[in-house]
Ligand binder design. Structure first.
Ligand code: 13P
Ligand code: SF4
Length: 318
């Protein structure tokens, strides 16, 4: 059985799960998904992870095609690591507000103004920014990576000022911060989180380090998406107020069905704690991308080669 699709002249099978499994065999493809993807995509993925785990999987895979269910900078990282593989992103418009907050030309001027500084960039940036960086980091290894840099070496940290400030607190290092931020993690309301905590006094507050300090100071645990998931499984607490994109709750609930996960509320009553970029990918678009082998990630070879070095440094230091 088929129904009509978003793409003219393409019929969509009723059983998308089975059709995607068939295409996976046909293409020798691997599906890598981030925890912020819709539940159906998480359920069909071969691997679900945080940014570090996803880049490690991309570096290690022997599949011929990588279907990246995440945002553009993640798929781009997979392409940087695998220039000869086909890397598909279900929706090419799935960008990232944080990556967009660091335009390459302005960052080049910022870097030139700090000539003796080493550049440590959060993986949530474009390939052009990676190409200007010395080491890449993710939210799960940023502290560990900065700790490995000699104490007298000045450092620029880009593009996330919230993660940068968190790394400064954890390492005692003074970092020169680029003033970028993620629209999703800046939307949480401290006031509403505190109110929720009063209503649920047993609940632990868990937060991603991309959140503002006003939210992080209430957190019982701060970590990357994988860190948050592991913490929820390991701790005895049964209730959590989750200050990160709520897509991750699907996996949290699967891992600990008896526990309760409450999404941290946004400042107004919108659903703006959902990442509008991550949510552009759908199961139907994933199927269409595999069927038509497009949209494909491409990038200039000189940028790719320059961006590869700091990613490889990160993988070696993790
Ligand atoms: P991690 O999954 O690495 O914690 O990153 C969160 C995020 O915002 C990805 O865009
Ligand atoms: Fe970018 Fe924030 Fe969305 Fe992550 S959650 S992809 S940092 S906009």
């Amino acid at each position: 059985m088929f129904v009509t699709s978003l793409r003219p002249n393409t019929l969509i099978p009723n059983d998308l799960f089975a059709a995607i499994e068939d295409l996976k065999q046909e293409l020798n493809a691997v599906i890598l998904a981030h925890y912020y993807q819709e539940p159906d995509i998480q359920d069909i993925a071969d691997y679900i992870g945080d940014s570090l785990g996803l880049s490690q999987q991309a570096a290690a895979t022997d599949a011929e095609v990588i279907v990246f269910a995440g945002v553009h900078f993640m798929a781009e990282t997979a392409k940087i690591l695998n220039p000869h593989k086909l890397v598909l992103l279900p929706d090419l418009d799935a960008g990232c507000s944080l990556a967009d907050s660091c335009p390459p030309q302005e960052f080049a001027a910022f870097k030139a103004a700090h000539p003796d500084h080493l550049v440590v960039s959060y993986i949530n940036c474009s390939a052009a920014i990676k190409a200007m960086s010395d080491i890449i980091c993710t939210s799960s290894n940023s502290v560990k990576i900065v700790q490995q840099i000699p104490p007298d070496q000045p450092i620029i940290f880009a593009p996330d000022k919230n993660l940068g400030r968190y790394v400064m607190e954890q390492t005692g290092r003074n970092l020169v911060l680029w003033e970028g931020a993620c629209i999703v993690h800046e939307i949480f309301s401290e006031k509403k989180i505190v109110q929720l905590k009063i209503e649920h006094p047993e609940a632990e507050i868990i937060a991603h380090p991309e959140c503002e300090q006003a939210v992080l100071r209430h957190a019982d645990y701060i970590g990357s998406t994988t860190g948050l998931l592991k913490y929820c499984q390991a701790t005895a607490a049964e209730q959590f107020i989750v200050a990160t994109e709520p897509g991750i709750i699907h996996q949290m609930q699967k891992d600990a069905p008896h526990k309760q996960f409450i999404p941290a509320p946004a400042m107004n009553n919108c659903a703006c704690n959902e990442c509008p970029h991550m949510r552009l990918n759908t199961l139907e678009k994933l199927y269409l991308a595999m069927k038509h082998r497009t949209p494909e990630i491409t990038l200039p070879e000189d940028i790719r080669v320059a961006a590869l070095k700091p990613i490889q440094r990160m993988l070696a230091m993790s």
